[in-house]
Write a protein that binds this ligand. Sequence first.
Ligand SMILES: [Zn+2]
Length: 552
Amino acid sequence: MKKSILLAAVAAAACAPSVTTNTGAAPTASASADRMVQDVKMVASDAFLGRGPATRGEELATNYIRDRLAAAGLQPGGPNGSWFQDVPLLKSDIVGAPTVSMTVNGQTTSLRQSDDVAVRASMQNIDHVTIENAPVIFLGYGVKAPERNWDDFKGQDVRGKVGIVLINDPDFETGQGDFGGRAMTYYGRWTYKYEEAARQGLAGLLIVHETAPASYGWATVKNSNTNTMFDIVRPNPAEVHPPLEGWIQHDVAARLLSAAGLNYDSLKKSAQTREFRPVILNNTTFSANYQVKQSTIRSKNVLGRIPGTTHPNETILYGAHWDHLGVGAPDAKGDTIYNGAQDNGTGIAAVLELARLFAAGPKPQRSLVFAFWTAEEKGLLGSEYYAANPVYPLETTVAGFNIDALAPVGRAHDVVVTGSGQSDLEDRLQTMLASSNRVITPDASPEAGYFFRSDHFPLAKRGVPMLYMDSGVDLLNGGKAAGDSADVLYRRNEYHQPADEYDASWDMSGIVEDVNVLHALGWQLANSRDWPNYRTTSEFRPVRDKSASIRH
Ligand SMILES: [Zn+2]
């Protein structure tokens, strides 16, 4: 049912935007499996040490990419004629165990890090977090979405208070409403909730963990929030981070709320309506005390460019992250190098191949930029840095294509669009695919919010139309069963493990076909006056429309 709704939405929107003709000849050159395999073998070799940011692996990977771009005849695309955009990263660790507690009616409960709560090392660039007896307030889903006429804060002054909010968005459980039903909008993502908390001036925000709406269990929350935290270096980090950011176990939150005379389930029910108002917890305070160690590390994005002939200030962007997990804990075989051949050696190879195809062809009217982002695995940080410090104006970035972990499992009848339904780039993709009788398979789990989990997202958030196209799942050889089982096997045996290595059995034919599609799409846009956009139902449409007068 979920799927059919999505398909209907795609079909209905397909007639709205017009895809005008391009003036240049269509590209005929095809991507080369051999060249891409060479790239993957190199960047995923043990010598590259799993491409950890700010390691020897970074130096090798970024120099390799630069050399390949230069050899293909691209121009340096970074600031000041450089191939590199420096990306300073803030690294934060809690020193020792944080002291965190909640006091209800005179009774203090200490909240144990990792068991009861998962408190993140503060990313405000402060060396100490001290919250003493702050009032506690339940804020529903913590959402302020004027375009949906939704405001969980209702003008309440929450400055200096500690908020408790629910994960996902208000209509996840009811399945219908103003936030895409079960599908997650950005308002459902934890990053949004912390950002809004910072805008509201909260001293801290605790997100109540529940497995279904979060789409992962407490183990994931614990593992990814109680270790070293990274962010880009920001001029004013307090704009996006409250001093304390954390998660709280569902049962712990329910118990504390009940001690304060409230019922978790009925609070949640009331939070699913637009009439919800913040609820102050009577006789309840929150305290936290811990030291934070900060340091700055230096990494970089690699950027190559092909300037447009007639509209050089208008940019089509292709991007993939070059980083992976580096060297880490050994697997059962004692292997410690996280080679990242699929994730994201395939993406590096695909974007390099696109750069080669464009550089060898006729000159485009608009510019093309090929970006290789750092620190995706640490929280989309290279792309976030670029989006916060764009080398080319975002307002006139026509569209972007993100490539992250393609599947070397042969040709497919389809491609998967993660976050389907967001923009009319899908309609262009659909038209392009139709000529070879291929189709789009919509995002299979829109409630998990995968659209907010790769490098196109920092740009999408700022309004740039971005397409995140993945390998198809309906394989020519074996159909959906074969595609699904290949995916399951990859996730189980290789994903984020040392075993994600190049293998001679890889079938690159599907990747070749998909790179050709992305090439044709970019070529069409680079030689048109079209400005793709988000659909009117997308949370990213309003920010794009703000700069509409610049585009003509
Ligand atoms: Zn990746």
